[in-house]
Ligand binder design. Sequence first.
Ligand SMILES: [Zn+2]
Length: 293
Amino acid sequence: MEDYLIRVITTNKEIRALAVRSTDLVNEGQKRHQTTPVATAALGRTLTGALLVGSLIKSGDEIILKIKGDGPIGTIVADANQEGEVRGYVTNPNIKFLKNKAGKLDVARAVGKGQLSVTKINRFKDPYEGKVALVSGEIAEDLTYYFTSSEQIPSAVGLGVLVDTDLSVKAAGGFLIQLLPDASDETIERLEENLKKIKSVSKMIESGFTPEELLDKLLEGFEYRLMARKDVVYKCRCSRERSSELVLSLGEEEIKKTLQEQGQIEVQCHFCNEKYRFLEEEINELMSNQSAE
Ligand SMILES: [Zn+2]
């Protein structure tokens, strides 16, 4: 099965729901950043959450989901667009194995106390940022709080990542349920009953649940219509050209100094760990092109 995301609306127009399978892309993130299990879970939940948030924006726009706590993992960043492309990183990918009392990977302890922010980026407007304090550091609960408090939309978010013994990702996925303005008390009660029955999203994905089957459980008793389905991937938008701009932005003095010390300038992308190396000859050419413009 491949990674994909679906968005639906109930036929009574009272609930909007999204579900995603993100196993392969979280696995890609694990490999690129060589994350240890707790960091994999934290990064994977953030990547999956960013895809859900990024599916509610306009085509061409982007969102950045940032979780900045005081725990050992540092900051977790993921950015996603409406096309289903996501990328991300954590400050400390190789933090120690942390387990909580229930024997689960302790993401909350790795994250600590701090803030969650969502920045919406539109080419023609100033970026818009919504911020909330972290309520648990478990990320799904924090996103739920973000939607309810910052966007004033009653929501429920579930995110899950299951890490295998060989450090790869066994299963990952998530859902987002939102009440639309005219939702009745009956709808709310029914939905709450359904949500109580959901124990673990990652276990459901592991046992072969598709995003549709996940929503069948969450929206039991409701009829719904499929509004969108799209493939989701881990994709970085860095390039040699963009990296060369970064090199030039260092300024002539800094460039000369680095070349003298290291014989080259290396730019590494935070999001995918790709390294771009620039030798003196190429940098000189870039600089002369720049001054010719
Ligand atoms: Zn990159």
